[in-house]
Design a binder for this molecule. Structure first.
Ligand code: HH2
Length: 286
């Protein structure tokens, strides 16, 4: 039975390295569509310190074209199978489909990262429970096609917290292990830049509210580009591949807020920053 207590250090979050086996992911689409390239990338992320890997075969970026289960599985099968055998760290599958999750778990994956929190496929929670797998339930407004159409909240931190607590209860009721459930506020999923920044600013409150391991995925997301436009002499929003520095600031912030897992593309940067933070946390008072 997977438990989130297996991953990461006592004083720092675990680093989840992203491997997108897709043609259209917003920051690395097309780079790792070839299985050999994806496996090599996953192994490289582990070599620089990833505590776990998250492998996805369908982009969830706003407006992405949905793929059917067979096509999604074809993309990730060789990558999951080989990384589960070779990586030496727990491998997760980023999917909303129970049939893809089940195949991945059979192939050796140990975690299901479900951006729909079990809302898209009624079989999902049962499958995760049957395999004793870890589960990430993420908050999203609507679905990726429509989620950025004028999202509104009265109290984004409260509403996201309530949703996550409700989904954790559903996961528990379906038989998923108590220690296997993690929750994610879903940065960028049905949220404006202000909503994303509000969630991050009050992340400590959310962590306290849900009373379970929290996963956060800020890596290279649009709100970072928005904040950095005009900073450092740059007029335009920096594109995804130049948002790792901004990502790192949010990683350090999230660690200080008590998150359990950070989901990032630039694993080395996160590992180095968190190593510094860990040392600072243990320095004796002068
Ligand atoms: N973000 C993305 C995908 N999956 N899963 C969780 N739990 N949390 C997140 O914030 C999250 C996620 C989007 O990032 P990426 O995988 O890089 O892009 P794409 O969905 O375009 O493949």
């Amino acid at each position: 039975m997977f438990s989130w207590s297996e991953v990461g250090g006592a004083l720092r979050p675990a680093v989840m390295g992203v491997v997108n086996v897709t043609p259209d992911s917003f920051s690395d689409g097309g780079r790792f569509l070839d299985p050999d390239a994806a496996v090599a990338h996953g192994l490289e992320l582990v070599a620089v310190g990833a505590d776990l890997l998250d492998i996805g075969g369908e982009s969830t970026r706003p407006g992405a074209t949905p793929v059917d289960a067979a096509a999604e599985w074809r993309r990730i099968e060789p990558v999951i199978t080989r990384l589960a055998a070779e990586a030496g760290v727990p491998v997760g599958v980023d999917t909303t489909k129970a049939v893809v999750a089940e195949r991945a778990l059979r192939a050796g994956a140990r975690i299901v990262n479900d951006v729909s929190a079990g809302r898209f496929d009624p079989e999902m929670l049962r499958v995760v429970a049957a395999y004793g797998a870890g589960y990430v339930a993420m908050h999203m407004r609507g679905d990726p096609r429509t989620m950025q159409d004028d999202p509104r909240y009265d109290d984004v931190v409260g509403e996201v917290g309530d949703f996550l607590v409700e989904r954790a209860e559903a996961a528990l009721a379906a038989g998923i292990g108590d220690g296997a459930i993690a929750l994610d506020p879903g940065i960028g999923f049905g949220k404006t830049t202000t909503h994303n920044l509000t969630l991050l600013a009050h992340l400590d409150r959310l962590v306290g509210r849900v009373q379970r391991p929290v996963v956060i995925g800020t890596s290279r997301k649009r709100f970072i580009g928005r904040v950095l436009a005009g900073v450092g002499g740059e007029h335009d929003e920096p594109p995804a591949e130049r948002r790792d520095d901004g990502t790192l600031a949010t990683t350090v912030w999230a660690a200080q807020c008590g998150v359990r897992v950070v989901r990032v593309h630039d694993v080395l940067g996160a590992v180095r920053a968190l190593a510094l933070l860990e040392v600072l946390a243990t320095v004796e008072a002068a």
